[in-house]
Design a protein around this ligand. Structure first.
Ligand code: KIV
Ligand code: ZN
Length: 395
């Protein structure tokens, strides 16, 4: 039996921290609805203490979608942050509070100016405080509290173990291991998660989560390495939106698990057919264009132009495709006609446009197509219709 990986989407929190990507409450509600339809397990709706607008958006999302997904709010290890998060979330049926505190030496010395003992004490106290606040609601038996040691990937492993063990003992049900600055590599991240599994005595009482940033372009690879080592939650964003180079892209993780799930022995609750439409929605709302060759949701992700590839695809699509375009919500494979296309792809398109040409007409039309393709980057159906009609009318 395979494990189901919890998908924790942070498009509305870490994603929104992407320069120029802020969203208003109406837009956030639209994205939250799409995330629910996509089958996301946990939606991090925002950072309620950050602004009245953030508070309002988290509250509305919690009220509207808290019965369909778990709604989460972020808080630093401070009572006022936790009170604000709980204030925004308390109406949600399924609710989580995510508290974080940095643990690496760089953050301890330069940002927090706190010693190790103080970090442990503050983290433990605030996890307990969060549990107590949430337990004030009579239907909450085990408060759903996540703790993140920020910059975990650059934290001394023994200290990381101590913080993780003590915050689990204090009540954290998920421990998230952020690679805050995208410094890790897959082998490194695998070792961090494995070390925690082996050295934290109560690790089985919590879910281990990954939160990988993409500064070295390794966020998805690192998250998969985390899963291989035993993580069972991944934090990610639509289109990989997020601070600097972004976070692990949800669509890439979902399809990596779907395509290579046998290897990892895991599945997801993600309705992958909604990936393209969700990607388009987030791109439209944030104004952040998706690069053409972006994996899974880019315009070229299922496009084939080379003649040899197109010929192979027309015989058997698995020659050059490892996923079915329909599985991510694409309408169909896109055989782009251009100067690299061969006669097989051209014949296929001409026939699908309803023409039944003699061999001689086909040959002439193909020569006209190649001449046009030398001048134009892409050939559209209207161009083909024009050149075939032109060809047949002159006969
Ligand atoms: O990258 C990070 O460390 C974060 C934390 C708040 C989890 O976003
Ligand atoms: Zn982050």
């Amino acid at each position: 039996m395979s494990d189901v990986i919890t998908f924790f989407d942070t498009t509305l929190r870490d994603g929104e921290q992407s320069p120029g990507c802020s969203m208003d409450t109406a837009e956030k509600l639209e994205v939250a609805k799409a995330l629910v339809d996509l089958g996301v397990d946990v939606i991090e709706a925002g950072f309620p203490i950050a602004s009245p607008g953030d508070f309002e958006a988290v509250q509305k999302i919690a009220q509207k979608f808290g019965d369909q997904s778990t709604i989460c709010g972020l808080a630093r290890c401070r009572k006022e942050d936790i009170d604000s998060a709980w204030g925004a979330l308390q109406d949600a049926q399924n609710v989580r509070i995510h508290v974080f505190l940095a643990t690496s030496a760089i953050h301890r010395d330069f940002k927090l100016k706190m010693a190790k003992e103080e970090i442990v004490r503050r983290a433990v106290d605030m996890v307990k405080y969060t549990c107590d606040q949430m337990a004030s609601r009579s239907d909450i038996v085990t408060p759903n509290v996540e703790f993140s040691p920020e910059d975990a990937a650059r934290t001394e492993l023994d200290f990381l173990c101590e913080v993780v063990e003590k915050t689990i003992a204090a009540g954290a049900t998920t421990v998230n291991i952020p690679d805050t600055v995208g410094y890790a590599t897959p082998n490194h991240f695998f070792k961090v998660i494995s070390y925690l599994k082996e050295n934290v005595s109560n690790i089985d009482q919590a879910v281990i989560s990954t939160h990988c940033h993409n500064d070295l372009g390794l966020a998805v690879a690192n998250s998969l390495a985390g899963i291989e080592a035993g993580a069972r939650q991944v934090e990610c964003t639509i289109n990989g939106l997020g601070e600097r180079a972004g976070n692990a892209a949800l669509e890439e993780l979902a399809m990596a698990i779907r395509t290579r799930g046998d290897y990892y022995g895991v599945t997801t609750n993600i309705n992958t057919q909604k990936l393209c439409s969700t990607s388009r929605l987030v791109s439209k709302i944030t104004g952040m264009a998706v690069q053409r060759n972006k994996a899974i949701v880019g315009q070229n992700a299922f496009a084939h132009e080379a003649g040899i590839h197109q010929h192979g695809m027309l015989q058997e699509r698995t020659t050059y495709e490892i996923m079915r375009p329909q599985d991510v919500g694409y309408v169909g494979t896109n055989l782009v006609l251009g100067k690299h296309s061969g006669r097989h792809a051209f014949r296929d398109r001409v026939e699908s446009l309803g023409y039944d040409l003699s061999e001689e007409s086909f040959q002439k039309a193909f020569e006209a197509f190649i001449a046009l393709a030398d001048k134009k980057k892409e050939i559209f159906d209207v161009d083909i219709v024009a050149l075939v009609d032109n060809q047949t009318s002159s006969e």
